[in-house]
Design a protein around this ligand. Structure first.
Ligand SMILES: Nc1nc2c(ncn2[C@@H]2O[C@H](COP(=O)(O)OP(=O)(O)OP(=O)(O)O)[C@@H](O)[C@H]2O)c(=O)[nH]1
Ligand SMILES: [Mg+2]
Length: 472
């Protein structure tokens, strides 16, 4: 009835204005009488209330005004404490967000870092453009864009005809092919070898070695038995506390070569121990918050989308997954931490598994901690890094999802994270952080090289990458 009295298409604000201005329309008079009680208008018209009290983003001056202590006594009927408390919380929150954003934007990254980001093709394409644009300089009011500047017009015309691409895209293609021209490192044939969802099923170092070197299976078995006998252990032990089998394991990789134990071994066996020890497998663990992109990065590293399962929903990886990588080292994909929606018992089990693995694994060479480049270090990250620091475990940070931030913001995030790491974590490798995008593949080559370097290996497969496009 209320709405029927008004012309269709009138806004609710108009309606309220007309009602409260005391118009002579009989319908309006009725409404005015109806509303002329002590109850506020908003309480009677919940829908209008919603509209009228629609939250607007507080400006910096609003925030400043709101946080300045008021001296005048409050005449409001609403209990003072409740209002002031609520508004203070909201405003101080937004104030801190604003000041955080302001201080983030005030970080000036070094030109070298910006250059590296550009050369590696990191950051969103749109901003790569504006970054390149700004480096291209201005000529009066006209912006000289790099793709206008770099080639003479006839050349553009020719390329456009050949490639049927606009100059901007041609320019990008050229830039990316410049990056790819450099030596590429590949991890061919990476594949899943084992999974461990509990400490009991964690494969022992020898078990992994057997999986990697099936040709050495019998020798490993024999040497293990000999070593166990020498050390007074029972080779037929059935404790089953390690490995997937029931046999006790003597980690061959850790046998010191000059020890009496090995000296006592048969000469033939000694040579085998040396050989096996040299093929000791090193492990590289990839950890990070849930959904940060660990499994996707693994797939991009191997250039095969099906190596690890990925999902946009957090909490997909629920066990330690061991991936064999070119016979020399193992990459370990882990469940993510900081997953708020998992069951409490699951969270405890995963944390235990990760902690135990990271703390006790002797063959673990490096821990890569992945941090989302959009957010920097979050509380869960800080907590995790603190536990690593307490255990004196060295770790390297990788900024990921770099395609989702602009190059300047990526550089700022890099600077901020680096500073925080330097300040608060003794075991962080802070000279250089790695930056990758699993979607564009930017930064992956550097990461592969870093992994090989960590394992003390020369590059296994080097090959010149063919240019990504037809443009040469
Ligand atoms: N834009 C962009 N998205 C990414 C990138 N890496 C991963 N993603 C997306 O992020 C989501 C999570 O990826 P996952 O690899 O499953 O993440 P995870 O860290 O393994 O997650 P959990 O297994 O739950 O711990 C997926 O939707 C991916 O497509 C990246 O570099 N750029
Ligand atoms: Mg995963």
């Amino acid at each position: 009835m209320l709405v029927a009295g008004f012309r269709a298409g009138r806004t609710q604000a108009e309606l309220i204005r007309t009602v409260t201005s005391g118009s002579r329309n009989p319908c309006q008079t009725l409404i005015t009488r109806h509303l002329s009680t002590s109850t506020p208008v908003n309480a009677r018209l919940p829908y209008f209330h919603k509209k009228l009290t629609k939250k607007t983003k507080p400006t910096v001056s609003d925030v400043a005004a709101a946080t300045t202590p008021t001296t005048s006594p409050s005449t409001s009927p609403v209990p003072k404490t409740t209002t002031s408390n609520t508004s203070n919380t909201t405003l101080s929150d937004s104030q801190s967000t604003i000041s955080k954003r302001q201080s983030f934007k005030s970080i000036t990254p070094s030109p070298q870092l910006m250059h590296e980001i550009r050369v590696q093709g990191l950051g969103t394409k749109a901003e790569t453009w504006s970054f390149a644009k700004s480096s291209g300089g201005r000529n009066g009011n006209k912006t000289i864009r790099p793709w206008d500047k770099k080639l003479p017009e006839e050349e553009w015309k020719r390329l456009k005809k050949e490639t049927r691409l606009p100059p901007k895209q041609v320019w990008f293609e050229q830039q990316s092919s410049k990056v790819v021209e450099k030596e590429q490192v590949k991890f061919p044939g990476m594949r899943f070898v084992a999974g461990a969802s509990s400490l009991k099923s964690l494969p022992s170092e020898d078990a992994l070695l057997r999986m990697f070197r099936p040709d050495l299976f019998e020798e490993i078995e024999e040497i293990e038995n000999l070593l166990l006998e020498e050390s007074g252990g029972n080779s037929k032990a059935t404790s089953g506390d390690e490995g997937s089998g029931t046999k006790k394991s003597m980690p061959i990789a850790r046998v010191p070569i000059n020890s009496d134990d090995v000296q006592k071994l048969h000469e033939r066996k000694r040579a085998k121990v040396l050989e096996i020890r040299d093929s000791a497998l090193q492990e590289i663990a990839i950890v990070g918050r849930s959904n940060v992109g660990k499994s996707t990065m693994l797939n991009t590293l191997t250039e095969s989308p099906n190596t690890a399962r990925v999902s946009s929903k957090p909490g997909l990886t629920r066990q330690l997954n061991f991936y064999r990588c070119s016979d020399k080292f193992v990459l370990v994909d882990m469940p993510g931490y900081g997953f708020a929606f998992a069951k409490e018992e699951d969270k405890t089990a995963w944390t235990e598994l990760i902690d135990e693995y990271l703390a006790t694994r002797k063959t673990l060479k490096r821990i890569y901690v992945m941090i989302d480049a959009r957010h920097g270090l979050k509380v869960a990250d800080k907590e995790f890094l603190t536990t690593l620091d307490k255990k004196s475990k060295k770790f390297q940070v990788i900024l990921t999802k770099c395609d989702l931030v602009t190059p300047p913001d990526l550089a700022r995030c890099y600077t901020l994270v680096q500073e925080e790491l330097k300040k608060s974590y003794r075991n962080a490798i802070t000279e250089r952080l790695l930056m990758v995008s699993s979607y564009t593949g930017a930064g992956m080559n550097n990461l592969r090289k870093d992994m090989l370097f960590v394992c003390g290996q020369n590059i296994l497969v080097r090959e010149r990458e063919r240019p990504r496009s037809t443009i040469h």
